[in-house]
Ligand binder design. Structure first.
Ligand SMILES: CC(C)(COP(=O)(O)OP(=O)(O)OC[C@H]1O[C@@H](n2cnc3c(N)ncnc32)[C@H](O)[C@@H]1OP(=O)(O)O)[C@@H](O)C(=O)NCCC(=O)NCCS
Length: 305
């Protein structure tokens, strides 16, 4: 049944809400390989959602085949609904077999920031394109938040899609932590579901991570980060009589992803890349052009305590 409201049709929002299903027609189901019909609708949409999200973050993502395989591996491998204790949940929101939205979230996360407190995270979240701006995202998030509360999660962190996610998460009560600003890494937003001493301690721990200096692995798919690194790599080659090839920045970043004993990271100061760290063949190169500048001194002072 479609709920038609009798509100002023000139209002955009009221118009958008006109064709929304009533709340009791909306179902939430943990994805398993047993609910194959729902799963196949989601499997079809998932690659486009992932590819679009990564493009919004300036990356050049793998193609659909890769994301479909990841979906099969990560989401369709469980055969039993999970109770959420200490693990990830994947919830489909649907009605009469038609998928409306999807969320993957963690009850105990460690992925986003390294702090000595438990926090939850929303890892994936989307509404099927034709159902957007009708309030379904709010309903799905409401369900996710109820599950967080059921599992005593006091604080939730997430990284909003910079193009399509920020306004939505702000509307859901999330705030920017100020971490990763200008670093090319996803921004981290947080919401306290249970205000109090722990919430304050979490904010305090997060604020300690907010230093002007950050060291972040170079992402071979992040074009913005690669192009910011290029002049620094050029300066390094010039100072070390090395032949400069622009593509070496990306190639080294790929090498670091493949080999555990190689690491290649950008040094950020105040949101800008000022140098890099390269560890390879048991050798460490720290390079900051104009190395007598204040930035290096601050960096070394911070890193060395
Ligand atoms: C972001 C997304 C989940 C929102 O779902 P939705 O069902 O459209 O959201 P709602 O209708 O419940 O919107 C709730 C509020 O969020 C804000 N909002 C949602 N989409 C917005 C947009 N495109 N532009 C501006 N504000 C937006 C508005 O404040 C909105 O309230 P309003 O309609 O009263 O103005 C959906 O657009 C989507 O799946 N986008 C692509 C994937 C994505 O970005 N996911 C988030 C990843 S972090």
């Amino acid at each position: 049944m479609i709920v038609c409201t009798q509100l002023d049709p000139s209002s955009n929002k009221q118009h958008r809400m006109k064709e929304r299903l009533s709340d009791n027609e909306i179902l939430f189901t943990q994805i398993t390989k047993l609910n194959a019909e729902l799963f196949s609708q989601l499997r079809k949409l998932f690659p486009d959602y992932k590819i679009q999200g990564l493009k919004h973050r300036g990356e050049t993502p793998y193609g659909k085949k890769y994301w479909r395989a990841l979906f099969d591996r990560e989401y369709a491998s469980t055969s039993e609904p999970q109770d959420g204790s200490g693990r990830d949940l994947q919830i489909a929101m649907h009605t009469a077999g038609e998928l409306i939205g999807f969320s993957d979230f963690s009850i105990h996360s460690r992925k986003l920031v390294d702090i000595p407190f438990n926090y939850g995270s929303v890892n994936e979240f989307f509404i099927v394109p034709k159902h957007r701006r009708k309030g379904y995202g709010t309903i799905l998030y409401g369900h996710v938040e109820q599950l967080f509360a059921k599992h005593n999660v006091g604080t939730v962190l997430l990284t909003p899609d910079p193009v399509t996610g920020v306004d939505f998460w702000r509307a859901m009560g999330y705030e920017d932590t100020g971490l990763n600003k200008g670093s090319g890494e996803p921004l981290i937003y947080r919401k306290h579901l249970a205000p109090g001493e722990t919430a304050e301690a979490i904010d305090d721990a997060i604020s300690k991570l907010r230093t002007p200096t950050q060291i972040i692995a170079i992402n071979p798919y992040n074009k913005r980060q690669l192009s910011e690194m290029t002049p620094i790599w050029r300066a390094y080659c010039r100072e070390n009589d090395r032949r400069f090839h622009k593509r070496d920045v990306m190639a080294t970043a790929f090498e670091a992803r493949k080999h555990r004993d190689v690491s290649f990271a950008a040094i950020y100061y105040g949101g800008r890349i000022v140098g890099f760290l390269l560890r390879k063949n048991n050798e460490e190169i720290r390079f900051i052009p104009d190395s007598d500048n204040k930035t290096l001194l601050i960096y070394l002072a911070e890193k060395e305590g």
